[in-house]
Design a protein around this ligand. Structure first.
Ligand SMILES: Cc1cc2nc3c(=O)[nH]c(=O)nc-3n(C[C@H](O)[C@H](O)[C@H](O)COP(=O)(O)OP(=O)(O)OC[C@H]3O[C@@H](n4cnc5c(N)ncnc54)[C@H](O)[C@@H]3O)c2cc1C
Length: 376
């Protein structure tokens, strides 16, 4: 039975870890310790340690749409998060050459929100270049036959800043954080990565793009408003990602991540040519592959570890599958600890899953293993 002076040990000070620490401390738990492998928070190892992340409630599954909506509400109103959230909207579409799978995924995305009362006045269909210009005049690429929609109830969070803010709060609330400390947890997920890169804009160029929506061409990739402090514009190409399989069959994050996998630079240039051709040849800076913990069905794993380990009451909150940053404000309220068991079926421990072969509708193409690539 958990009481307010029960000891809670949290391994990892990323999105799930910090959010859990914050909500447990807020609920009155007094003995919370957090071990973080990195020597700082945000940790260089955290997928959340990034310039910015998309915040949107479009999910094919209403369960996640509702969860994301509650997170968006917190992001906009909780003083811990609100300074780090910009509700610039989300422009989602497909280029003319998009494959059918990408078009189906977009249609499902729109269907997931268009009948929801929270989005009643928030969505505009985009069927022409003029429609694009009406919501984002700074996007002056051809975007021929680009179709999709603009959702005003979405935007992005300055990710590393939000992590810093919550970290300061949990320390203030008495959570004992031990940096540079590690622990081992079970494995049933596939480490999978995607490229994140940036172009550097001058202050004048950045000003021209101020306030543009997060723009995601499903089949090509996405980019953000330039960062207001640095002028860096973040870009990430679409695709099924990269794994790093070991002899034991597990994919784990690679030691070196500061490179552009073969073919990915051209993918980034294509995004720029389509939307912002004036920057199409700009050098790419701060490029890295960013790892997430992928599950076969893209569902999180938030559950107790079945009883084969020496620890009692060991729970994991992982399997983010590349879509958990936006849940930062609510990830830690998933009240597994008090309930003593996970009754949300989709988040239960998944034995024997095979994420590498999963068919997730919003991921295009084939996953490549780093061992197949010739890296420069
Ligand atoms: C390319 C890319 C783009 C993304 N874009 C978005 C987006 O736009 N919107 C969105 O919502 N989500 C996005 N995500 C997903 C989001 O970043 C992750 O879902 C989220 O960061 C996962 O949180 P986490 O707590 O599971 O992991 P992390 O944030 O990675 O935190 C894990 C923490 O554990 C620490 N750690 C690791 N091993 C140990 C150990 N053995 N002992 C102690 N500590 C340890 C790490 O240092 C780290 O601090 C993206 C992910 C990627 C890869």
């Amino acid at each position: 039975m958990l009481t307010k002076d029960s000891s809670i040990l949290i391994v990892g000070g990323g999105i799930f870890g910090l959010s859990t620490a914050y909500h447990r401390a807020k609920a009155g738990y007094t003995k919370i310790t957090m071990l973080e492998k990195g020597d700082a928070i945000p940790s260089p190892l955290s997928a959340g340690n990034d310039l910015n992340k998309i915040v949107r409630a479009e999910y094919e599954d209403p369960f996640y749409a509702e969860l994301a909506l509650s997170a968006i509400e917190e992001l906009g109103s909780n003083p811990l998060f609100a300074p780090h959230y910009s509700q610039v909207g989300y422009l989602l579409g497909n280029s003319a050459a998009a494959p059918e799978k990408s078009k189906r995924s977009l249609a499902k995305s729109m269907a997931s929100i268009e009948r929801h009362p929270a989005f009643a006045t928030q969505i505009t269909a985009i069927n022409s270049r003029d429609d694009v210009h009406a919501v984002a005049s700074a996007l002056d690429g051809p975007m021929d036959e680009w179709t999709g929609y603009f959702n005003r109830l979405a935007g992005y969070a300055r990710a590393a800043d939000a992590l810093r803010s919550v970290y300061a709060a949990v320390k203030e609330m008495g959570v004992d954080v031990k940096l540079g400390r590690t622990a081992i947890i079970g494995q049933q997920i596939t480490a999978k990565s995607w490229l994140i890169t940036h172009i550097q804009l001058t202050p004048e160029e950045a000003a021209q793009l101020e306030g543009i929506p997060v723009t995601y061409s499903r089949d090509l990739g996405f980019f953000f408003e330039p960062d207001r402090k640095t002028g860096l514009l973040k870009i990430s190409p679409s695709g099924a990602g990269f794994t790093n399989h070991q002899e034991n069959g597990f994919s784990v994050p690679s030691e070196r991540n500061d490179f552009i996998p073969p073919g990915e630079e051209e993918a980034v240039r294509k995004i720029l040519r389509e939307h912002l051709p004036r920057f199409a040849d700009r050098p790419l800076v701060n490029s890295k592959i960013c790892w997430c913990a992928d599950t076969a069905d893209s569902e999180y794993i938030i559950d107790f570890v079945p009883g084969r380990l020496p620890w009692k009451d060991l729970a994991v909150a992982t399997g983010d599958s590349g879509h958990a940053f936006k849940m930062f404000p609510v990830a830690g309220v998933m009240d597994l600890l008090e309930k003593g068991k996970q009754d949300v079926e989709r988040w239960k421990w998944k034995e024997g899953s095979n994420a590498a072969t999963a068919e997730v509708s919003w991921r295009e193409g084939t996953t490549r293993d780093l061992s197949e690539l010739v890296l420069s």
